[in-house]
Design a protein around this ligand. Structure first.
Ligand code: SAH
Length: 262
């Protein structure tokens, strides 16, 4: 069973998220074991304070080392223990895949910061790494932990029924080859005058597979040309595939400029 432990001052936030949908089902089926731990549980003062004013002055409060070290040392959670923080290593699909493996073999743990952040001695002497979910600042690590948990849990074997669907996801190494997924369509075949690509209704599975590959390449070229550049541009076969399905195909040199990404 996959195991993920979470240290937070708001265990209810994580619990609520982990009760529903895919994660809730995976827990109920005994495929994943998510345990939340209240950082205040280890405090002994009447207010259960976990924060204190920063040395040197300045705005806001800092998550103090005492309660965090106490909580972690009392429980000896599975390691690596990863702190969520904006200055950490950027979380991505490759990290999610790695953590999904780790969650099954030995488990891992997350520590959610709050306030203006955590005392640096927690970073230096307690955790094994820091993970950021992007270049923006949240009020706490809980939402970031939920992002990590959700991305990881759906990769745990047995959680998503059809394993080929996660293999095919955007950014996946599998048959997606690090590209974005192609656009998806469902019924009706025509909605407000906008028709689904004809090939998808042709019943020709070979042609559909080849269209999907071309559409995925085209989508990635337009939205995330950096992903195409990172894999060394397009192969001759891919250039032919795009042309074959009527997609415009930029010369490789134009990749850097031609982006409508924000
Ligand atoms: N003052 C800090 C930000 C603290 S935000 C700074 O400027 O760097 C409070 C807590 O929210 C952090 O301790 C961290 O646990 C969480 N957090 C905020 N932004 C995050 C992000 N982008 N990724 C992961 N965790 C984040």
């Amino acid at each position: 069973m996959a195991r993920i432990d979470v240290f937070t001052i708001f265990p209810g936030l994580i619990e609520h998220h982990a009760e529903h949908s895919l994660i809730g089902r995976a827990r109920a089926a005994g495929v994943v074991d998510i345990r939340t731990h209240d950082l205040r549980a280890a405090t002994t003062d009447v207010h259960h304070a976990v924060d204190d004013a920063p040395f040197g002055g300045g705005a806001g409060m800092v998550l103090a080392p005492g309660p965090v070290f106490d909580a972690v040392e009392a429980l000896q959670p599975p390691r690596p223990l990863l702190l969520l923080g904006p200055g950490g290593r950027r979380f991505d699909q490759a990290t999610a895949r790695h953590l999904a493996e780790v969650s099954v073999t030995r488990g891992f743990s997350l520590l959610c910061g709050r306030y203006e952040g955590v005392d640096e001695r927690i970073v230096e002497h307690l955790v094994d790494g820091v993970v950021s979910i992007g270049d923006y600042v949240l009020a706490g690590g809980e939402v970031a932990a939920m992002v990590v948990i959700e991305a990881v849990v759906r990769l745990v074997p047995g959680v998503v029924g059809n394993a080929s669907s996660i293999d095919h996801d955007s950014f996946s190494g599998g048959d997606a080859g690090g590209l974005l997924e192609e656009p998806q369509f469902t019924r009706p075949a025509e909605f407000r005058g906008w028709a689904v690509p004809e090939v998808l209704r042709s019943g020709d599975h070979g042609r559909i597979a080849s269209w999907r590959r071309a559409a995925s390449l085209d989508h990635t070229l337009r939205k995330r040309p950096d992903l195409i550049a990172a894999r060394g541009g397009l192969s001759d076969a891919e250039v032919r595939l795009l042309a074959d399905h009527g997609y415009p195909c930029p010369s490789t040199g134009a990749l850097d400029e031609e982006s409508d990404a924000p």
